[in-house]
Design a protein around this ligand. Sequence first.
Ligand SMILES: Cc1cc2nc3c(=O)[nH]c(=O)nc-3n(C[C@H](O)[C@H](O)[C@H](O)COP(=O)(O)OP(=O)(O)OC[C@H]3O[C@@H](n4cnc5c(N)ncnc54)[C@H](O)[C@@H]3O)c2cc1C
Length: 436
Amino acid sequence: MQLHGWGRFPRKDANLLEPSSPESFLEIVSEKEIAGSLIARGAGRSYGDSALADTVLSSRFLDSFLEINSTNDTIRCGAGVSMDTLLKVVIPYGLFLPVLPGTKYVSVGGAIAADIHGKNHHQDGSFCDHVERFSLLLSSGKTIECSPTENKDAFCATCGGMGLTGVILEVTLKLEKVPSVTIQRKSIPAANLEECMDLIEENEESKHSVAWVDCLAKGEELGRSVLHLAEHSQIGTKEYRSRKGPSIPFSTPSFLINKFTTQLFNNSLYKLRKQTAKRRSVNYDAYFFPLDNIRNWNRLYGGKGFIQYQLVLPLETARSGLREIIDRVSESGKGSFISVLKKFGNKNENLLSFPIAGYTLTLDFKNEKKVFPLLKQLDEIVLANKGRLYLAKDSRMSEDVFKSSYLSWEKFLEIKTELDPECRFASLQSTRLGLT
Ligand SMILES: Cc1cc2nc3c(=O)[nH]c(=O)nc-3n(C[C@H](O)[C@H](O)[C@H](O)COP(=O)(O)OP(=O)(O)OC[C@H]3O[C@@H](n4cnc5c(N)ncnc54)[C@H](O)[C@@H]3O)c2cc1C
């Protein structure tokens, strides 16, 4: 069947296998007859080609096992369990996931493989900083236990390792105690990028911090933004909630996304958010997962899909580098509907994890021929500023760009070779990046 990631680009004819127990995973992985590349897949929410291969091993059914320990605030679960299911179980105990992405539909295995970050990286680090241990099925058929103290090399290569070391089967996560799941949100408009970054710095004590940026504004208004700061409210509910909004039934014609509609959207959104800028109590679902309310929103970019480009620049170069990037995007007119700016705290020890201390910017572009030269120019600015691109969003980075920005790639490859000597685990992405 034809598979793709959330960006719907690229696509691949693949053999999709859906085993339902760790034992059936073991049978498949030990089955030497399977030809070509093999990779695990969670919920398919990575944007590019990291979960595409000749044979794709779905972990969707590793979801039957869940055990909460409310004495030491941990949960054990299968790697196929989604963030949404975890929230349903943990919220009534006054517990919460310490790191959440912008959608609740990712799997725990996918969250570890990409070592995902939330809006609180500057305070709480990334997802794997809260993973106590996991079991990893190797290509030999052997299962090993990994934690920051047991098989540490395998732990550091698997966290952020995009499925290339083996299949994560079962996970223990540390949870966070929260007073409620009602979120106190404060929104502050910023006239331009400089002002936005000043505001982010001034409000570092806020637990959650994310800015929506208008990437088409120019001149004095370049990078005008609205910064959203948030905390868990001391008074509020401990009720799980999941909104179910409308669904986009089919791919809309791609010509609907153009310079004018993007400009109109960014203008209207900026004005609307500026007007409503103040303190508000909102439900966690609305704050953390605003896009989940429109199901299949990825179809809005048309049949050819879209490319999400997420970069991080270190603190020393972030101000001038981001200005150059936003300037280039704004000049090109290929502005992004949704552009998001966040500050990262320090990096961890994981070899291919994306976050480094600095600023990360996320941009969406419709998949069209003319966008690729622009993205190449952005790559050059990112490299010149000692930054890197996020593997979970990537569908087109070159091997050179990857290897000059992920400096631990050789160490990663050394550990992958020990864990997977015949290189059975490979994806379209890992082949493109020269890792397999
Ligand atoms: C709307 C939206 C918002 C997002 N917001 C954020 C965000 O704020 N922060 C962030 O960091 N990311 C964000 N993401 C990206 C997303 O969190 C990651 O791509 C995540 O890896 C997706 O998990 P998944 O279960 O869908 O994995 P998939 O997309 O299916 O796979 C991703 C990678 O994980 C590997 N993998 C999956 N399961 C396993 C397993 N059991 N064992 C070994 N490897 C496995 C795959 O091989 C692949 O390399 C967002 C994505 C979307 C669609």
